[in-house]
Design a protein around this ligand. Structure first.
Ligand code: BGC
Length: 530
């Protein structure tokens, strides 16, 4: 079958020296998805601990991450695995409630939690790997959700800053790259517009209000980010000399009905504004994108006169903190979609209706935008569209800072596709040669090379992190899909085994050719250079 984004008849021949020498290559994980140890060593509960237990029906296999892949206990072995893979950077997130069990400094710090991350950072550096750390990857301390409804309250800003301060203070002597918040879009959209992520408001949830809550949460997320960024600049930057960024995510979009369909062309703009621009425009100008200003306040089913529905505007002081509050822009890119204009989206109200678009993997002719990772997957291989997206970001937001691709990866189905009912698990030998993942990473690396070539004076992309280091808890998909470069045997002591794609990352992280004959001694080149 031909896909709109088909690109090469053979794999691109990518070499390490196609990229700037200082580009960062690595792999990533997040705390809740891998650590487990949910109640060990004074850790407090977080909202995902609660959400997965309270609403098992919202998780595809009704699972939780109490144990996950037990990274907390297997940390030392996992660092050896990273070393074997030859990666120079490891992106991980810190669990806020492991460091501050009650969410706030005044309720006490956990020395065990802090020790765990100190040991992890030391272990990484002793093995030649630099930590690249995200402060918040969705696992908010539950105490803050209980006390003032988490990111629905502006009280979160002060608590986030003091948490960030603890982390800069404890770990900043060794950590030189920080991401404040991972994917604020997904936190606001999935948690408050459709209710599929913790804290599970919006959608069917009776207490949620998808008309207003996603916008309030977005406002508080941005203020929290900006305050933490400024804290670092004022009190830590001179001594620690690190960089602080934020990670946004978006698909790229194309018009569902083709470029002649004016409404769908408009819908492409709405889709990009309501996902990426929602956060990027305030970071640029201190204002919400025009389409959000127009649609998020219009009357709707729950607010027929539009009176109670308004957008919180940033004050001058907040704007000052927010504008340009990043040293690099993190970007998580997985796939692209077609955008179709939707005048009114029936029963859905609030954010979903306001955005006036519906995204899908196929266009009006039924043509896929790119090859799907497996039937029914939401990930389509759209590497050309990454170039388009990078150019769009650079131009639209007059971006001067560099972009770091903080996540990019494709899932494998854990179960055999032809047997949906009995759920027969694919064995390691059936999964380890992962041609789709290999092609996916190669094509995206090539897209980065092409995008960088467009800006010869200063490379646009300065880092690439493949997602994910190993299979792990996939939020609402539970353990049903595998994003890992390393396979985790869920039935046998969570043993890790490398997939072929982990070799590829090894090759590009060091200095060998990405493609070509398999090397006999995969590490020899790396060793010679040292
Ligand atoms: C998230 C990851 C997740 C990945 C794949 C990203 O949006 O940041 O935590 O595993 O998507 O679903």
């Amino acid at each position: 079958m031909a896909f709109e984004s088909d690109q090469y008849s053979s794999d691109p021949n990518i070499k390490r020296h196609d990229f700037p020498p200082e580009i960062m290559f690595g792999v990533g994980t997040s705390a809740y998805q891998v650590e487990g140890a949910w109640n060990l060593d004074t850790k407090g509960m977080n909202i995902w601990d609660v959400f997965a237990k309270r609403y098992p029906e919202k998780i595809l296999d009704s699972s939780d991450a109490c144990v996950a892949v037990d990274f907390y206990n297997k940390m030392k072995d996992d660092v050896q695995l990273l070393k074997k893979m030859g990666v120079k950077y490891f992106r991980l997130s810190l669990s806020w409630s492991r460091i501050l069990p009650g969410g706030k400094v005044c309720l006490g710090k956990s020395s065990e939690g802090i020790n765990f991350y100190n040991n992890l950072i030391d272990e990484l550096q002793a093995n030649g790997i630099e930590p690249f750390i995200t402060l918040f990857h969705w696992d908010l301390p539950n105490a803050l959700e209980e006390e003032y409804m988490g990111f629905l309250s502006s009280k979160i800003v002060d608590d986030f800053v003091t948490y960030a301060e603890v982390c800069f203070w404890e770990f900043g002597d060794r950590v030189k790259h920080w991401v404040t918040i991972n994917e604020p879009y997904h936190y606001a959209y999935s948690g408050y517009a459709v209710g599929t992520f913790a804290p599970g408001r919006g959608g069917e949830h009776q207490d949620g209000d998808p008309e207003t809550e996603p916008y309030i949460v977005a406002y508080n997320l941005l203020n929290a980010h900006a305050a933490a960024y400024r804290k670092y600049q004022e009190d830590f930057k001179d001594i620690q000399k690190g960089q602080v960024g934020i990670t946004l995510d978006t698909n790229y979009y194309k018009p569902y009905g083709g470029y002649d369909n004016e409404n769908d062309v408009k819908a492409v703009g709405y889709a990009l504004d309501f996902t990426f621009g929602w956060f990027m425009e305030p970071l640029r100008s201190g204002n919400w994108p025009k389409s959000i200003q127009e649609f998020a306040v219009t009357p709707s089913k729950h607010h027929p006169e539009g009176r109670e529905k308004y957008l919180l505007e940033f004050t001058d002081e907040q704007k000052k903190k927010l504008i340009n509050s990043y040293d690099f822009l993190g970007l998580n890119y997985y796939t692209s979609n077609y955008a179709q204009y939707v005048e009114y989206s029936g029963p859905s109200t609030g954010y979903v209706a306001d955005s006036h678009y519906a995204g899908s993997g196929r266009n009006y002719q039924g043509k896929y935008i790119g090859e799907p990772a497996f039937p029914d997957s939401w990930v389509y291989l759209c590497a050309n569209e990454l170039v388009d997206l990078l150019v769009y970001i650079k131009k639209t937001y007059k971006l001067e800072k560099s972009i770091i691709i903080t996540e990019n990866g494709a899932p494998q189905n854990r179960f055999k596709e032809d047997d949906k009912k009995n759920k027969i698990e694919k064995k390691y030998v059936e999964i380890r040669d992962d041609p789709f993942q290999l092609k996916y990473i190669q094509w995206h690396l090539d897209a980065i090379r092409r995008a960088n070539n467009l800006y010869p004076s200063k490379p646009l992309v300065m880092g690439y992190f493949a997602w994910s280091f190993m299979d792990s808890y996939e939020w609402r998909s539970g353990y049903t899909i595998r994003f890992g470069l390393n396979y985790v045997d869920y039935r046998n002591r969570l043993e890790r085994y490398p997939k072929k794609s982990s070799n590829l990352v090894q090759k590009v992280s060091s200095c060998a050719k990405v493609m070509g004959a398999p090397q006999k001694k995969p590490n020899s080149c790396y060793r010679r250079r040292r």
